[in-house]
Design a protein around this ligand. Structure first.
Ligand SMILES: [Fe+2]
Length: 189
């Protein structure tokens, strides 16, 4: 599912105000790697003691043809904490506390471990994870957010995830120790 199916108006309401300054965020996230050079393709966004349900997201980044993997592309990922805050202390969502950067591997693959985000305390936005992709020969772009099946605040047409390669509504499966597992493939533009 692509962003267009959710509606531009809805999308922009979800991300409005998030003119993310990567340098500003990174300055507050000294544990994050630099945007220059090589980043790992597998990262931890949330620490082991972060409140919330553990979540692992795996996927492949594809070139615009939807077939060829895109290696060496940087993905910046951020989302709210389990209570729906990007940054509870400042309440400024431009300073997301749960943020990480990775680079797709030689096969376009990526993986991050975090917690399932909570919904915004105000409003009716479905829980989601934001992505920004850049580098590796591609202009900066914002792939569709990842959502979670069954969320009553998803547009009705999107509450039931589509099957197949481009599903942005995850039906989390729990592994043996209760960690939610999602697959999310991204097609670059
Ligand atoms: Fe958001």
């Amino acid at each position: 599912m692509r962003i267009r199916t959710l509606g531009w108006r809805w999308y922009f309401s979800a991300v409005a105000g998030f003119a993310l300054s990567a340098s500003a965020v990174l300055a507050q996230q000294p544990q994050r790697a630099s945007a220059t050079g090589t980043l790992p393709s597998t990262i931890n966004i949330a620490s082991a003691n972060e409140p919330g349900t553990p979540l692992v997201v795996r996927g492949v980044l594809f070139k615009p043809d939807g077939v060829t993997p895109a290696p060496g592309v940087t993905l910046e990922i951020h989302h709210t904490d389990a209570e729906g805050w990007y940054h509870k202390a400042s309440r400024n969502r431009e300073q997301a506390r749960l943020l990480g950067m990775l680079q797709t591997d030689a096969h376009g693959r990526f993986e991050f471990r975090t917690i399932k985000p909570g919904k915004y305390p105000e409003g009716r936005n479905p829980a989601h994870i934001h992505f920004k992709a850049f580098g590796g020969g591609f202009d900066e772009q914002f792939p569709t957010e990842l959502f979670f099946a069954g969320d009553p605040d998803l547009p009705p047409a999107n509450r039931v995830p589509r099957s197949g390669k481009w599903n942005a509504v995850c039906v989390p499966a729990r592994d043996a120790v209760g960690v939610l597992q999602c697959t999310y493939n991204i097609r670059l533009e």
